[in-house]
Design a protein around this ligand. Sequence first.
Ligand code: ATR
Length: 276
Amino acid sequence: MPATQYAVFGHPIGHSLSPPIHRAFAQQFGIELAYQAIDVAPAGFAAAVRRFFADGGRGANVTLPHKAAAFALADERSAAATRAGSANVLTALAGGRLAAHNTDGDGLVRDLTERHEADLRGHTALLLGAGGAAHGVAWSLLDAGVATLTIVNRSPEAADVLADAIGDPARAHTRYWEDLASIGSYDLIINATSAGVLGVALQLPFSLIGARALCYDLSYGAAAASFLTWAKTAGAWRAFDGLGMLVETAADAFELWHGQRPDTEPVYQSLRQQGA
Ligand code: ATR
């Protein structure tokens, strides 16, 4: 058994799909991979990461609640990580230095445009939430060509911070959560809140759903269920959870570390067949 060279850090992390996804990718290339899930509370995160890389770790995925801390502790940061202010990938550099990268936005857009064959150009997009997950995807949605990005957050200050950071007022602007029932309908509705993860059902008006609206929850499994039920009940044309995004973001990390691009579709289908 080789020393663990790859890992995902989170809290909790018990049901993470990252280990099986990376192992399945590695099998495609005959790579022997030691990849483990490491559960560490925020107070111990930086020390656990340092120890992992000092012991020979080469790459780590980072998930909730550590993405901002991963960004903060890195020595080098990609443009995608810098604009999101968070990282979901840490990679060992020479001399014990660490590089931070964020693949969330690219992963979401690839899942939408390639797996689900959505053409985002010209879409009016509604982004629910303005926390770490929303920061991770906002710029990529604009890069993918959405016409407008309306950011709505329960606390309006956080929405303003994100819109200001984007700095494109003609396309990216904010509205109040209290006004959701009167702000019209959208082509693309992205749930980037953590409500589902926290077991809270959002109370969203059906009027948000445009004629051919695509609804997408960045989380998957039970955490996405309530939003997807709302979307289907409200008559959304299509509604997806974030499983495909997770597989795509993992593929980007895998390519960064191993220099080979895995085929994501069989891995995605296999996870679906297993009930994910
Ligand atoms: P993540 O990294 O998952 O984005 P986060 O940075 O803590 O986690 O952000 C959580 C987001 O979900 C925030 O936008 C939060 O809104 P507030 O800024 O008002 O806290 C949003 N959120 C969480 N629970 C929510 C709820 N019940 N209703 C609406 N928004 C909620």
